[in-house]
Design a protein around this ligand. Structure first.
Ligand SMILES: Cc1cc2nc3c(=O)[nH]c(=O)nc-3n(C[C@H](O)[C@H](O)[C@H](O)COP(=O)(O)OP(=O)(O)OC[C@H]3O[C@@H](n4cnc5c(N)ncnc54)[C@H](O)[C@@H]3O)c2cc1C
Length: 803
């Protein structure tokens, strides 16, 4: 084994091998993979090898498409067969709701270029003859599905990488990792040390243990998973290969395996494996079979696939593989650990392994993943994703693998975990809570405890009239919203202004003022939207999306403040309440001796004020687009502030509102939000944020690319639509049609209660941005007429927030 390498990849499963190959493809040849046993000896060797293109996150779905299309190239380069079978796939729906879900999946697939086809139960039985059609209402066909040989794929990656210059060392365990002062690593192995510039943790079942070598507790858990293979079925003899299949109601997947059928299931009562520590002597190993545990699924399966009930079982496989809490991979650089990368938690290695390898290699070589990988970025989890949290969420996710996730559905595992001081107060007002990064936040308020649950549905739910009343209070009187779930940073010290001016695209505001600003990467794409609140010459409070706080911290490490400037995350130190609506000023004015008149405290002011006895930071701004204030206090004051505002608000008609109403109100104003309208695939001019980019202020990250975008106009445009919807609104990822062709996609949607219209925001080609009509948005399989609006549908000139 060599003693120096540019990169050491730890782990020779399908993921590590893919990373190795993609690094060589991107031009890094001095790369070494270290594997403790034989290649594939972790979870890879016993996988069923199935692959499919659908994923809840369209950006992850794109990387799955890439993976599946890669296998032919890989076979050609390596000379190693991947055992590729592409019979196509069928997804069976046993209920109307599932069929609606398939319609939505087909619609989403449209703008990803997927050719999916909805068929009847009769047609399903014709193309997939082993089912009893009476259990199904219809199905979705996907021509790009199949299966591969796990051994073949992993070796093909490794061989192709070796042809590209990489080395693979087997039977050598990495036992420790030591960081050097310059950011490089000493990789300690059973066969000596390797000095590496970069280390990639692709250790699959042992990714947690490798993480612990550097003090990292990755949110990963392995689950036991079983499939069986039947004896040969006479019905398959001499026939073309069966489609791969997912039967959602049975929670079963199948594919043909020689003359028989492989049938696997994600049972509801899934069992974790090695929840605390993965044993190092588990090599090419399996777990004892436990058919009893999957018996309920098998019973349904044998009714749905009668031919399987009659066939004997040839083999049962029970093996472990790892999941992150949301079931998507964990990929990318880790904050606080220079040149340490992860590519783990990959639960669908044969659909995702190629995309993970591509992304990570581009990130390492180019400094940017080259795609929107937010859905699998390791930075989407923070300290709150502990081992026990992960355990609860992974078990929940596993048990729901084939269940519908409704757009308004909140999941129950690991809750409540984080609560703010006013939690019980809101609970007493019948708040229906949602979970955001483990933090409880009110979604809407029911009139009574008995009504404080939401029906999960694709249509408007029982929350609809209550959200309408909350919106009405904001537009006509005053609403009170908890806003603790925002990310926050405090930047202090000499040089604060200069540093912020360099990392943000807009000008830093004057003291006492607020500025909205995009944050761009070097490619000029949006990686954040911030509110800069300048409290003093050298003290700026940054407000942003909480879910992206780790992601921002990692970015701020790369573009670190100079000596003397301190950046301090303080999200949970400051909790907040917001007042919004025409009566918010008179309400707040009654509680402070400061002059809140528009002349003395105009729109976008930010000051330290006393509200009653409570010291607070107050900004005159509201995401609802109305006259409003955001009031930040340290947590010990939040209850007192709440009681004060609610008490004084009674005579002003104050009403509590939650996240659902806020979403509606901001869509009425065409205000975008991170991870929906603002993502690293869009530029600021495309997203309508050009007015917040100051190209005249001097250099800043992404300036050259932003200038180019401004001059070229950008390819896309964020636009708002009113939609002819009936009882279901767009919620995101629906296709936008124009003149019979899919031209774009929805990023957010809701019913606009103040304007009594169904609304959607979405991206379309810039060339179509001048068109008003001819658009349609596909909601649950139906194309609904949509009119592009040239301005926000509510208060287009913004006079209310400036009042
Ligand atoms: C029963 C079953 C069926 C499945 N079916 C499918 C399917 O149909 N389709 C699909 O896409 N996925 C399937 N999977 C999931 C699939 O197996 C995983 O997505 C995939 O194997 C993950 O690969 P990996 O490289 O991340 O992990 P692993 O395969 O676990 O690889 C990690 C490697 O790292 C090595 N390693 C760890 N620590 C060290 C160290 N310290 N030093 C040196 N080497 C180290 C290990 O020996 C191991 O070889 C299935 C899994 C199971 C259990």
């Amino acid at each position: 084994m060599k003693s120096d390498a540019r990169v050491v990849v730890i782990g020779g499963g399908v993921v590590g091998a893919s990373v190795l190959y993609h690094l060589t493809k991107a031009g890094w040849k001095d790369v070494l993979l270290i594997e403790r046993g034989e290649l594939t000896c972790g979870s890879t060797w016993h996988a069923a090898g199935g692959m499919h293109t659908l994923n809840g996150d369209p950006n992850v779905a794109r990387l799955q498409q890439y993976t599946i299309n890669l296998y032919k190239e890989l076979e050609k380069i390596s000379g190693q067969s991947c055992g590729l079978h592409m019979p196509g796939g069928i997804m069976l729906a046993g209920t109307r709701e599932r069929f609606d879900w398939l319609k939505m999946a087909k619609a989403r697939g449209r703008y990803l270029g997927m050719e999916l086809e909805l068929i009847s139960a009769d047609e399903a039985a014709r193309v997939f003859p082993i089912i009893d059609k009476k259990h199904f209402v219809g199905a979705l066909l996907d021509p790009i599905e199949g299966h591969v040989d796990p051994y073949g794929v992993t070796h093909a990656y490794a061989k192709a990488a070796q042809i590209g210059g990489a080395q693979v060392v087997r039977h050598t365990r990495v036992t420790d990792l030591k960081a050097r002062g310059d950011g490089s690593w000493d990789v300690i192995t059973e066969a000596g040390n390797v000095h590496a510039e970069h280390v990639v943790n692709a250790a699959g079942l042992w990714a947690r243990e490798v993480g612990r070598m550097v003090g990292l507790e990755l949110p990963i858990l392995a689950m036991q998973h079983q499939y069986l293979i039947t004896e040969d079925l006479p019905a398959l003899k001499g026939q073309k290969e069966l489609l791969t299949c997912i039967d959602f109601e049975g929670e079963i997947y199948t594919r043909q395996e020689r003359g028989g059928v492989l049938l696997g299931t994600y049972e509801r009562a899934g069992v974790p494996w090695s929840p605390l520590q993965t044993p190092w002597d588990f090599t090419h190993s399996l777990l004892p079979e436990d058919l009893e545990r999957i018996a309920p699924s098998l019973e349904v399966g044998f009714q749905h696939f009668p031919a399987l009930a009659e066939a004997g079982i040839r083999k049962v496989v029970n093996g472990p593989f790892t999941f992150a809490p949301d079931g998507n991979p964990l990929v990318g650089p880790v904050r606080g650990l220079k040149n340490f990368w992860v590519a783990c938690g990959v639960m669908a290695g044969f659909s995702q392994g190629g995309g993970v390898g591509l992304t990570l290699s581009q990130w390492m070589v180019e400094g940017d993943p080259g795609a929107d990988v937010w859905g699998m970025d390791v930075a989407r989890y923070g300290d709150w994703a502990t081992l026990a949290y992960t355990n609860a969420k992974v078990r929940e996710n596993y048990s729901r693998r084939f269940r519908i996730r409704f757009p308004n559905e909140e999941l129950g595992a690991a809750r409540p975990l984080r609560t703010t001081p006013v939690y019980e107060r809101l609970q007493a007002e019948h708040a229906v809570f949602g979970d955001y990064c483990g933090l409880e936040h009110a979604l809407w308020f029911a009139p009574s405890a008995a009504e404080a649950t939401e029906d999960i549905t694709f249509h408007r739910s029982n929350a609809h009239p209550h959200v309408a009343a909350e919106c009405q209070a904001v537009r006509e009187a005053v609403g009170l919203l908890e806003i603790s779930n925002y990310g926050k940073f405090e930047v202090t010290g000499p040089g604060t202004k200069e540093w912020l001016s360099y990392v943000m695209a807009n000008r830093v505001p004057k003291v006492g003022r607020i500025a909205l600003t995009p944050m761009l990467n070097e490619r000029g794409k949006l990686i954040g939207d911030f509110t800069l609140c300048r409290l003093a010459a050298e003290r700026v409070f940054l407000i942003c999306t909480y879910a992206a706080q780790e992601y921002y911290r990692r970015w701020f490490e790369r573009h670190a403040p100079p000596p003397g400037v301190t950046l301090r995350p303080c999200a949970m130190e400051y909790v907040g309440l917001s007042l919004a609506g025409p009566r918010s000023r008179s309400l707040l004015q009654g509680l402070t001796r400061e002059d809140l008149s528009s002349a003395a405290f105009p729109f976008l002011s930010f000051r330290r004020l006393d509200v009653g006895m409570i010291p607070a930071l107050v900004g005159r701004i509201s995401f609802t687009g109305d006259l409003g204030y955001e009031i930040w206090v340290t947590s010990e004051y939040q209850r007192a502030l709440y009681d004060l505002l609610v008490g004084a608000g009674a005579e002003q008609g104050l009403k509590l509102l939650g996240g659902r109403a806020l979403n509606t109100l901001r869509i009425e104003k065409s205000f975008g939000t991170w991870a929906r309208e603002y993502r690293p695939i869009y530029g600021p001019y495309e997203a309508g944020l050009g007015r917040f980019v100051d190209l005249e202020k001097g250099d800043f990250v992404g300036r050259a690319a932003a200038l180019e975008e401004r001059d070229g106009g950008g390819a896309l445009r964020l636009v708002s639509f009113t939609v002819d919807a009936s009882d279901a609104d767009a919620s995101g990822d629906e296709p936008v049609w124009h003149d019979g062709k899919v031209v774009g996609w929805v990023t957010s949607g809701a019913y606009g209660h103040s304007v009594r219209q169904s609304l959607a925001l979405g991206y379309i080609p810039a060339a179509l941005a001048g068109e008003t009509s001819g658009f349609e948005i596909e909601i649950i399989g139906e194309r609904r007429k949509a009119l592009r609006q040239s301005a926000a549908v509510f208060d287009p000139d913004g006079s209310r927030m400036r009042a």
